[in-house]
Design a protein around this ligand. Structure first.
Ligand code: IVH
Length: 683
């Protein structure tokens, strides 16, 4: 019989061997860069096998991902959902000095007489990841996702040299979540785009997109070739045992082997504003893109006093930089036809670099904007680009000695298909009336349908969609609607340039796979006006099947989180349009139909005081966004409706509640305030 001590020692040695073998596998298979000989590797593996046998005899188990069970292959978890141990929060934004003064005042009121100290770090323009270390080893790296659950990108993260695989030193918490930003330096971005151009592949719009695209690769070798970087800026689980200030935390990270940014400590709001002003210039000297500065209370004690609102801390603020503006010349005004037929004026311009990216097109939004700004061909214009936003023309620079061009013609016919252009009452947009017979609209619809957040048909990119819509050969299938994607005769690609067997097979597999997509992706793929990914997700969670959404009336649609009258109306109209009904029927006939989700069990509904209650929210809530309150009420088992009637059980009245509150009183319905709501929700 072994002593307790020996059992613990055995477990520790097994765990270390497994980790070390996983690391060696990774170096061998992904990085092509082993650091031990095959013989040494085999010895480690044998030792692990022996120890696992001993553990088995003692009633232990061998996990499926142990290197002894996965010899010769790497068990990959690429993009599997991973729940963070503690949620990843986001930051509130400030745009003016006044916003910052307000932030400072709020904090002073909360913290009281105690002296405050701010720490400031540049706000890296990349993507947040959560790195979980267990017993000092990096076990899971996940993207931010919705803040609670992200995608497993561990293999790809391990290619980043700023991220240690193991932490050394004393007092490392058993479980530690390190948070930070993955980014691509300006130099790597330029080099990558030059390479892409050479290979005639798509250019990345900015370093952030390039970083995101590089991290979401199935093959970690590609990620490794993209040279990503990482800065640590925070921690989730385990933070308390590392430090008691943000500056201490950053220093501790550095000692553990992470890259961290330089920071400054500031004593008051005047120093904060002065610091920000200085950085406007300094910004461009950094080797990576930043889009603002993050000011945080330095001590964790004071952070604790300030607390959180919704999903961001009250103790931190991102003071964003203003969008960069440059001037260039307009070559022409062109008209682009979008997915829903909206025709948008676009300035075609002399290429110019703005916020790190070369642009030659900038949107003019709509006809009335075009007329208000009075942009003409030949004009010198100010162009702006903020973050990911499409570049836009801000204004014309009128020069006395520069002759102006003609006023641009507003199209009466669609520039792509020649159908009449119409303008609906109350709308600024002009639209092509050609519907899906307009190739431009059709292409945009198809591109949306196959895109990643939607049906995610890999291999069916812009080029293939354009080719299949424009197919000149009458005897071959031309895509006329999304249904045709499931009727493609793959023989038609045989022998065509750029279509090897592998490519055709992959495409076939991707199309087939898309048939079993999730309900939320399917809803998003339909391209209902105003229904983006988040709304599609909320609709799926609420209705649980396509049939239920299709049947819902406008009132019911509005019960979904964040769905207002406009979204409800466009969804309602979508399912009542004959053409859409036909498309849905045909998709169903082709086996493209998401399974209905099982009825949701309201969490702890039985014992919650709101379970089964019909609740109306009215007035302004100050402690929680309305949408979040509605979602939490539903979680608690309540039914949230919009109007007060005899069926209503409880009315929750925020500030300035009006007629609904009066009606509740009239009907003798229980009325509670926001504090009571918060107490209920915190149960
Ligand atoms: S702190 C609880 N510090 O900006 C606060 N975030 O817009 C967590 N970001 O989600 C964030 N640089 O991905 C912090 N020095 C920095 C940052 C930073 C970039 C990102 C982060 C965050 C996003 C919010």
């Amino acid at each position: 019989m072994q002593s307790n001590n020996e059992i613990v020692q055995l477990a520790v040695e097994i765990s270390e061997l497994r980790q070390s073998l996983k690391d060696h596998n990774y170096r061998y298979y992904v990085l092509d860069d082993p650091i031990i000989s095959d013989a040494d590797y085999d010895q480690l593996l044998q030792r692990l096998q022996q120890l696992e046998q001993i553990e088995l005899q003692q009633g232990g188990e061998i996990p499926a991902d142990s290197p002894t069970q996965t010899v010769g292959s790497r068990l990959s978890h690429v993009f599997e959902a991973r729940e963070h141990l503690e949620p990843l929060l986001s930051l509130a934004n400030a745009f003016t000095d006044q916003d910052m003064r307000d932030f400072d005042r709020r904090l002073s009121e909360m913290i009281g007489q105690t002296l405050m100290q701010y720490i400031v770090e540049p706000k890296i323009d990349g993507l947040a990841v959560n790195l979980r270390y267990e017993a000092g080893h990096l076990t899971i790296a996940a993207t931010r996702g919705d803040g609670k659950t992200g995608e497993d990108v561990t293999d790809n993260i391990r290619t980043i040299s700023d991220i240690p695989w193991s932490l050394t030193g004393d007092d490392i918490p058993e479980v530690l979540e390190v948070r930070g930003e993955v980014y691509m330096s300006k130099a790597s971005f330029e080099a990558l785009n030059a390479q892409q151009q050479q290979k005639a592949e798509k250019l990345f719009a900015n370093p952030r997109n390039a970083a995101a695209g590089s991290l979401r690769q199935l093959d970690a070798k590609i990620t490794a070739s993209r040279h990503l970087n990482f800065f640590a800026y925070g921690a989730g689980r385990g933070i308390a045992s590392l430090a008691d200030t943000q500056s201490g935390l950053l220093q501790r990270f550095k000692a553990l082997g992470f890259a961290v940014q330089d920071f400054d400590l500031l004593a008051d709001i005047e120093q904060v504003l002065e610091h920000y002003a200085q950085w406007q210039q300094k910004r461009s000297t950094l080797p990576y893109e930043i889009d603002g500065l993050v000011y945080k209370l330095n001590t964790f004690e004071q952070q604790g006093m300030a607390g959180y609102v919704a999903r961001s801390p009250r103790w931190a603020m991102a003071y964003k930089f203003p969008a960069e503006e440059v001037t260039t010349t307009v070559r022409d005004i062109i008209w682009q036809v979008g997915r829903t037929g909206v025709i948008t004026p676009v300035a075609d311009m002399q290429p110019v670099k703005v916020a790190g990216v070369i642009v030659s097109r900038a949107t003019l939004h709509n006809v009335s904007e075009l007329q208000r700004k009075d942009v003409r061909s030949g004009d010198c214009v100010v162009v702006r680009r903020a973050g990911d936003v499409i570049p836009e023309v801000v204004r014309v620079v009128i020069e006395a000695d520069r002759p102006r061009g003609e006023l641009p013609d507003i199209p009466a016919l669609c520039p792509v298909c020649g159908a009449h252009v119409e303008q609906q009452d109350g709308e600024v947009a002009i639209r092509c009336s050609g519907g899906l017979s307009c190739p431009a609209q059709l292409k945009e619809r198809l591109k949306h349908f196959v895109s990643r957040g939607a049906m995610d048909i890999e291999g069916m990119g812009e080029r293939l969609v354009n080719m299949l819509v424009d197919e000149p050969d009458q005897s071959l299938l031309k895509l006329r609607s999304v249904v045709d994607i499931y009727r493609i005769d793959y023989a038609q690609f045989q022998g065509r340039e750029g279509f090897g067997d592998k490519k055709i097979n992959n495409l076939m597999a991707a199309v087939e796979k898309s048939k079993s997509t999730s309900l939320e992706k399917f809803i998003f793929a339909l391209g209902i006006r105003h229904v983006g990914e988040a709304t599609a997700r909320a609709m799926a969670a609420f209705f649980r099947s396509i049939e239920a959404i299709a049947e819902a009336d406008i009132e019911t649609l509005q019960q979904v989180n964040d769905v207002g009258p406009e979204v409800a109306m466009s969804t309602y109209d979508f399912f009542r349009e004959r053409h859409n009904q036909d498309v849905l029927q045909s998709l169903k006939g082709s086996g493209v139909w998401p399974e209905a989700l099982p009825e949701e069990e309201p969490k702890s509904a039985d014992d919650h005081p709101l379970a089964g209650k019909v609740v109306v929210l009215t007035g302004t809530l100050s402690q929680i966004p309305r949408a979040q309150a509605q979602a939490a009420l539903r979680q608690a088992g309540a039914k949230v409706t919009s109007s007060v009637s005899a069926k209503t059980d409880i009315v929750i009245a925020g500030e300035k509640a009006g007629s609904k509150l009066d009606k509740a009183r009239e009907l003798g319905i229980e009325v509670v305030d926001e504090d009571q709501l918060m107490r209920w929700l915190q149960r």
